[in-house]
Design a protein. Sequence first.
Length: 263
Amino acid sequence: MEICADAKKTLPRPKVGDFCSVAMEQGFSDACVALCTGQSPVPRLAQTCRSASIEMPRPTVRKWCEHGYTVGFQKTVKDLRTYFTSSKSEDTIKQEEQIRAQQQQDQLQREQQIQREEQSRRELQQSQEQEQERNLQFQREQQLQQEQREREQREREEQSLRERRAREEEAQAERQRELEQQQREQQYQQDQERERERIQQEERERERIQQEERERERIQQEERERERIQQEEREREYQMQQQGQSEEGEREREGEGEGFESQ
């Protein structure tokens, strides 16, 4: 309906619109029942919107509840008044005037209450904004301090990392020097071992050469000895041949001499 059209557009939807619609129907019912029974309609705004006064957001829900009830109640009274005009007495008119005066008084009090609540709400909102600003400032300070601590922590960690890397590099350099020293010592030992092997090899080679020379000398000596023996044998044979020839010549000469003597 048009009475609660704006309320249905107000956030939070549909909560505000529902409170306005229910209150409007209750206002219509309160006015209609009283008029239909020939009684003077009495608004029950406070009872109807009591639950709305504690609903969030305040005072939006309660304001639209009171709007729906008041407009619904007044429109019902206005629209149905013509149907019951003939039966109204002067007392009824006075009661209606008193009711309207009371309604106006109630409306004025509600408006004042709404103004006070609005003022309180603005003050509360301002206080909350100030508190939020202080909290934001405190959070920014805390964040700055946290960032400063984190930077200092990162710097300490980086410094520690650099020192650890420097120690590791120094240790690695020391290990490298030790390894090079060990390699040089091993190389020196290997060179010494190769030198000893070379010397031993040369000694063995010299011994082998000497042994071969001694063997050649022995063989040469044996050959000379064989040649000497062979020479001696040849000389003995030659002497024996010479001696045999001499004996044979003598025998021949003796045979010749005996032949001459026999003649």
